[in-house]
Design a protein around this ligand. Structure first.
Ligand code: 2AM
Ligand code: CA
Length: 266
């Protein structure tokens, strides 16, 4: 596939940051036994990755706005474009030596997602999408899963951590979906959950309580793989509400219906 110049910049930033994260990830294994634990080290790894990405992106497009998990928002002079960056999605996994984490970079133009990159550096899986240009995994074109029967479907979700989010709602929804899906998975990286939905590994996915940088790139990946993505009400406010529901036309609709039923039961 022919990548645009701007997508090449995003890929280069994501892979560079990803290589650094893998080096630090290998260190985390050694730190697990130390009294202080790897917490501080991980937040440093996170910040380093964001700096790498921001430097690369700002060098290529100095006027664009930037919002990243670590650095907060920065208003650019351009007024049209915004980078939405999560340098390390799946921080808890990273901290525990679980090799499921990713770099996520999205580009918005006038509020519309136009390019997205999700990179899993341990598996060396690079997911890219451009609006209208399709979604790809390491240059292979992606298509969401085509399963139609929900009882054949593997459905992914994310659950709120201790002290965060709405545990009751999560349990009600999980209970509702478990009655209908073949299996449920919970992997701990929203960016990868969406990338894996785009690639057809997951038939559908939902989660609440997310930030725009967790999902911006992944939302475009799913759409460009022919999938459907919405917020919890079927609307378009995923980045604002932090709720996301994704799948193919059919699994997305059925998952939404199960979630609405669970909400009504609450
Ligand atoms: P993070 O790893 O960058 O924190 C896990 O279910 C997903 O939720 C991850 O993508 C995680 O991103 C994201 N997330 C966002 N806000 C979170 C929070 N307050 N607590 C836990 N996970 C959060
Ligand atoms: Ca994140």
């Amino acid at each position: 596939m022919a990548r645009s110049a701007i997508l090449n910049v995003m890929v280069s930033a994501a892979t560079k940051a990803g290589r650094g994260l893998v080096r630090d990830f290998n260190e985390v294994e050694n730190l697990q036994v130390s009294r202080k634990g790897p917490g501080d080290f991980v937040s440093l790894a996170d910040k380093k990755a964001e700096t790498t990405i921001k430097t690369e992106l700002m060098k290529a497009r100095p006027g664009y706005s930037f919002i990243g998990e670590e650095g907060g928002a920065e208003e650019g002079t351009d007024g049209q474009h915004r980078w939405i960056v999560d340098p390390l999605d799946g921080t808890t996994n990273f901290l525990h030596g679980i090799p499921l984490f990713a770099v996520s970079i999205a580009l918005e133009r006038q509020g519309v997602l136009v390019a997205g990159v999700v990179y899993n550096p341990v598996m060396d899986e690079l997911y890219v999408a451009e609006r209208g240009g399709g979604a790809f995994l390491n240059d292979r074109r992606l298509r969401v899963a085509q399963r139609r029967d929900f009882d054949d479907c593997v459905v992914a979700t994310g659950l709120p951590n201790l002290g965060k989010g709405e545990h009751g709602r999560a349990l009600r929804e999980l209970g509702g979906v478990m009655l209908h899906a073949a299996a449920v998975r919970r992997c701990g990286s929203a960016a990868l959950d969406l990338a894996w939905t785009a690639s057809g590994r997951f038939d559908a996915y939902w989660e609440h309580g997310l930030q725009s940088w967790d999902i911006a790139a992944g939302v475009l990946l799913v759409r460009e793989a022919g999938g459907f993505v919405s917020d919890a009400k079927g609307g378009e406010t995923m980045l604002e509400t932090g709720s996301v529901v994704a799948g193919n036309e059919r699994t997305h609709a059925e998952l939404l219906a199960h979630l609405k039923r669970a909400a009504a039961a609450g």
